[in-house]
Design a protein around this ligand. Structure first.
Ligand code: ADP
Length: 433
């Protein structure tokens, strides 16, 4: 029976009962009966309301069993609460999954409210920006990232391009920061570690500046000489000869620089790996020894010590270029009468090639930087002796490609030793050893 019919039947029954009571008991008794019934009803409602209140406050775990309208209301309430609890649990699970996913991101993520206060951030952002997600929630972002550029970027409101800043709390950390607006004026702050990228860009800029600088000097000299030659009266054969000799020197200098640059670029070309063969190092060193003698033109005492017949698995051209650079440096940085030795030994299972000289030596502070491109201790001396500033950079690169290490030991005024240490896996021992 539907609610309407139920109510209609109840109403008709009530009128019928009232009529019978009026007829049999009289008006006063009937009214008294109705008053008592009303009082009982109010008490019942109060009881149910108290039970409901206690249940809502969490003081009671279940609602009383009721029938009728109260039963309907209670059942509906219980269903509503259960549905709510379920969707709350689902939201919690989704939120947890979202937080876990955001935490796994390689970028830092900060969720901010509409007035730029921190709501939540992932561990990467904590590391990048020095924020503590639990302690700093509710803080304005500019109270924690205090650089002026950052505040200006935030207030300018143009977030198409990221802001690149150096993070003072972590030395050497460069960050790319970008706001992503979402929802109702809320923002995400995304941080990326671009330290390596920045370093590469700086290196590239420095490299182009260095190469330009290295080429400008000989070009200026050649330009000047060409002007001299073009002038009238400079056709004196002696002057012409002198000018042409100097121009040839400068051209050779540029050639050496270009050759070294090409060698470096070949070494960096990872797609075009050099062919590796079994190299007879003693034979290569004998050739280098003869070359060193002709380069020195008898100005130095040069010796060759071959303690091992071991051969080496590697690239012939690359190793020859690296060893040649070490030998030519020893000649160029050792005064006339000095001693130079070329040595090949097996030490602690490693193949060690050493060039030892009794030359000018190097101050310890310069040693860590010697393999940087264009780093020179004495610019004048390097140029005078035909240096490009790229020799040791080439050596380092070649050795790295061969899993070898460069060890430099030097004392100013006493001399230097440059050793290349090759790992045992690259050595092929001869039967006699
Ligand atoms: P360069 O063409 O200037 O010689 P390198 O890269 O070969 O460039 O060497 C870098 C610097 O290291 C040189 O400018 C020089 O100051 C120093 N150096 C290299 N080899 C020696 C050595 N045997 N004795 C003293 N200084 C050296």
């Amino acid at each position: 029976m539907s609610g309407f019919w139920k109510r209609l039947v109840t109403f008709i029954l009530l009128i019928a009962v009232t009529g019978i009571l009026f007829a049999t008991l009289g008006a006063v008794t009937t009214l008294a009966c109705y008053l008592i019934a009303l009082l009982l009803l109010v008490m019942h409602y109060r009881h149910q309301l108290t039970a409901l209140e206690k249940w809502l406050q969490g003081k009671k775990s279940t609602l009383p069993d009721s029938s009728g309208q109260w039963g309907d209301v209670f059942a509906r309430l219980v269903r509503l609460m259960r549905d709510q609890r379920q969707s709350y649990q689902q939201i919690n699970v989704a939120l947890e999954r979202l937080q876990r996913a955001t935490s796994a991101m390689p970028e830092g993520v900060v969720i901010m409210d509409e007035i730029d206060r921190i709501e939540w951030c992932n561990p990467v952002a904590e590391k990048h920006l020095g924020i503590n997600s639990a302690l700093d929630a509710g803080q304005h972002i500019t109270h924690l990232v205090r650089q002026t550029q950052f505040t200006e970027y935030l207030t300018a409101g143009n977030y198409n391009e990221p802001l690149i800043i150096k993070q003072p709390r972590h030395q050497g950390l460069t960050l790319s920061l970008q706001f992503v607006p979402y929802g109702d004026k809320q923002k995400l702050l995304i941080s990326r570690d671009v330290t390596r990228l920045e370093r590469v860009q700086t290196m590239r800029r420095d490299f182009v500046a260095n190469v330009s600088h290295e080429l400008r000097t000989p070009l200026t000299v050649i330009g000047g000489f060409l002007e001299t030659l073009a002038e009238e009266g400079s056709s004196d054969p002696e002057t012409r000869k002198w000018v042409l000799t100097l121009m040839t020197d400068q051209t050779k200098r540029m050639q050496r620089l270009v050759e070294d640059l090409l060698t470096l670029s070949r070494l960096e070309d990872t797609e075009n790996l050099a062919r590796e063969t079994n190299i007879n190092i003693p034979e290569m060193l004998r050739e280098l020894y003869h070359e060193a003698q002709s380069l020195s033109m008898g100005h130095h005492r040069i010796s060759l010590n071959l303690d091992s017949d071991a051969t080496l698995l590697g690239s012939m051209d690359e190793l020859r270029s690296a060893f040649g650079n070490l030998v030519s440096n020893a000649i160029r940085y050792t005064a006339d009468g000095g001693e130079i030795s070329l040595n090949w030994v097996i030490r602690d299972g490693q193949g060690v090639f050493t060039v030892q000289d009794s030359g000018i030596g190097i101050d310890p502070e310069h040693i860590p930087r010697l393999t940087e491109r264009f780093y020179r201790v004495d610019r004048g001396r390097s140029r005078e002796t035909g240096g490009t500033g790229l020799g040791l950079a080439i050596v380092k690169h070649v050795l790295t490609c061969h899993q070898a290490k460069l060890v430099i030991v030097s004392k100013p005024g006493k001399g230097s030793s440059f050793s290349a240490h090759f790992p045992a896996i690259r050595l092929i021992m001869q039967k006699s050893e």
